[in-house]
Design a protein around this ligand. Structure first.
Ligand code: MSP
Length: 632
């Protein structure tokens, strides 16, 4: 027996509140990696769960006048279903630190380390950050606050058990240096080396005066420190001290995903616990960045948490998963905005992917009676085959380095290449001029590209790959990533056109019909000639008067001087500006727009304004210009 299982973990989450999109982010990423490894044909153990003990939960429960267990149970049930269920989290085990299987392991480990002298009894005097459940010495505090989260800390003085971190400072440092992959990305590795070099002090690993935790077996007045308890979950879930076969085939974890704020626990305390137990250390701890709202971390404490269930209701699971996995390079911090989610869905999924599928299936229907062509051996067109092979390589390299967003970028490059290929090859012309063999080859290439894309998207999206395959005439779901190799022989398959893959979404989150769909974002085949641009006459003008339009809560009527005369312009900006804000300001107007009647008023032109989501701003020159100056 040896290691044969690919083992991946997420942090176990505090069920002190419902989880938010930040927690979903880590879990969806771990899920995509787990699905990818299953498609490689590996046996996978994917574990997530909940961290249920500790003072913070104890306090919250007492505020809610419940026992801690009664407080966390419904929250944990909700996390499992509907939250993880609807997000398609394919975990193999869900661990709760209140399960007897876990409590036994924590107590056993504590006792072993005590027997070995790595844990000893002493007196703790110092500071405690309750929200982070972390201990700090005076010297580490920043202006008297927690150096990690900046919140106030509490003074603690009590008898305590200590874990001898200091004994392992040198071996840990040595381990990190000789295992460059252990802490990723590299920036976090350097941070941790600096932290270790500043000196490791022994860690208080028990508390008195709180009840909600696992008692020290030989001294039950003491409750084991919540992080010691929590980190042990990874051992419990792998079968340690319970199921030798499970443990020996799974240990150590291949990848442990954590947010950057808890990298320290996972790369200092955790490996030292394992060293003290003589157990192998995880291959990789990957500290990813935060989802931010503006400049701040999304989180309960700042009250800016976004509810994933609301997003699922509004957009469906695949757009949400796609956005989380694609938007932010894994490792870096990134802003979360709903507008960006909508834009990603509209541009990548609805426009690029949806159009490729719809155009390809429509052309196979029209030109080949819906029969999927086979590859013509004589064809020397390797454009899509070459691009697909290159993308497959990049996809694998990216996934092996946990660069999930890069993997998706590569896949969508293939999609865009195929759309461009349609424009280059003009299958409609090939049909018109009777070039049937070439036509069949081109359509085969497009069909085959879509099939490959359906394979490569399987780790990330839930039902989209099958919906693509259904339309392509394929019934079997994807079972192995190797299916993403160009050259499949579609014997006797017929196209089954269906609905648009993704309806476009408008700003309010509503799906919109094709007719009123917003124009796709700028893509290469959207260029206009300079001559087209020059047909538009933009001029600077000054607003001389402004007033609301009666009975229209979005419209303002403006009088704008354009250097020659005053014009009346009706503009839909009333919800963003008070009339007085605009009087005296210079604006840019489209001067040769055909006049149009709005609410009975003839509007002679249009103002330029930029907007995204709820924000809107009227465009104005950086420094004053003569009224009438041309803008080009
Ligand atoms: N219970 C500890 C972890 C113990 S692991 C042995 C804990 N729990 S938590 O509920 O606070 O979850 C923290 C994790 O949630 C982070 O490490 C990160 O993976 C994820 N995130 C929470 N907020 C996040 C963002 N705003 N952005 C990205 N991930 C975030 O810490």
């Amino acid at each position: 027996m040896g290691k044969e299982v690919w083992y991946i973990t997420t942090p176990i989450y505090y069920p002190s509140d419902n989880l938010h999109v930040g927690h979903a982010y880590t879990t969806v990423a771990a899920d995509a990696l787990a699905r990818y490894h299953r498609l490689l044909g590996e046996k996978v153990l994917f574990v997530t769960g909940t961290d249920e003990h500790g003072q913070k939960i104890e306090r919250k429960a007492s505020e809610a006048q419940k026992t801690p267990q009664a407080f966390v149970d419904p929250i944990v049930a909700f996390i499992q279903d509907p939250l993880w269920k609807r997000l398609g989290i394919s975990y193999d085990d869900f661990i709760r630190t209140t399960q007897p299987r876990h409590e036994r392991v924590v107590q056993e480990i504590f006792q072993r380390l005590l027997d070995k002298g790595d844990i000893y009894k002493g007196v703790y005097e110092g500071w405690y950050c309750l929200p982070d459940e972390s201990y700090w010495t005076e010297s580490k505090l920043v202006d008297g606050h927690c150096p990690d989260c900046g919140r106030p800390v509490e003074r603690v003085r009590q008898e305590s058990y200590f874990f001898r971190l200091s004994r392992y400072q040198a071996p840990l440092r040595e381990y990190i240096l000789s295992h460059p992959d252990f802490i990723q990305p590299v920036s976090r590795r350097n941070e941790m080396l600096n932290f270790i070099d500043a000196g490791l002090e022994d860690l208080s690993v028990s508390r008195t005066g709180i009840r909600w935790g696992i008692p020290v077996p030989s001294d039950p007045e003491h409750v084991i420190y919540v992080w010691f308890d929590a980190l042990t979950n990874y051992l419990t879930a792998s079968g340690y001290l319970q199921d030798t076969n499970r443990f020996e085939t799974a240990w150590p974890p291949n990848v442990q995903l954590v947010g950057k704020e808890i990298v320290r626990f996972h790369t200092v305390i955790w490996p030292i616990m394992l060293m003290a137990l003589d157990l192998p250390i995880p291959e990789r701890v990957f500290g990813h960045g935060w989802l931010l709202i503006g400049q701040a971390k999304m989180g309960k404490s700042l009250g800016n948490a976004v509810d994933p269930i609301e997003l699922l209701d509004r957009y469906g699971v695949d757009p949400v998963r796609y956005y989380l996995l694609r938007e932010v390079p894994f490792g870096a911090d990134g802003s979360y905005t709903e507008e960006a989610l909508i834009l990603r869905t509209n541009v990548d999924l609805a426009n690029d992917l949806g159009n490729l599928l719809s155009r390809t299936t429509a052309m196979i229907n029209r030109f080949l009676d819906g029969q999927v062509p086979t590859l013509n051996a004589g064809s020397d067109d390797r454009v899509l085959a070459g691009e697909a092979a290159q993308v497959y390589r990049e996809f694998q390299e990216a996934m092996d380095q946990l660069l999930i967003s890069d993997a998706l970028t590569a896949i969508f490059r293939l999609v865009r290449r195929a759309n461009k290929y349609i424009e280059e090859q003009k299958p409609w012309d090939l049909a018109k001029t009777g070039q049937t063999e070439k036509l069949a080859n081109v359509l085969y290439g497009l069909w085959e590209t879509l099939r490959i894309v359906s394979v490569l998207l399987t780790p990330f999206l839930l039902d989209t790959p099958d919906r693509i395959r259904q339309q392509l005439g394929l019934d079997a779901p994807v079972t192995n990533i190797k299916e993403a190799i160009f050259g499949y022989e579609p014997q006797g398959l017929g196209i089954r056109r269906g609905d648009a893959l993704f309806p476009r979404i408008d700003k309010a989150g509503e799906a919109v019909s094709e007719e009123s769909a917003p124009a796709p974002a700028v893509v290469e085949d959207n260029w206009v000639d300079i001559a087209d641009f020059q047909k538009l006459e933009f001029r600077v003008g000054t607003v001389r008067a402004a007033e609301p339009v009666k009975g229209a809560d979005r419209l303002l009527q403006l009088t704008v001087f354009d250097g020659v005369r005053e014009r009346t312009i009706v503009s839909g900006i009333r919800q963003h500006y008070q009339p007085d804000d605009l009087v005296g300001k210079q604006v840019v107007l489209v001067a040769n727009l055909k006049p149009a009647k709005l609410r009975g008023i003839v509007s002679e032109g249009m103002l330029l304004a930029g907007s995204q989501g709820d924000v809107l701003s009227v465009v104005t020159p950086l420094s004053p210009l003569p009224d009438g100056a041309r803008v080009k």
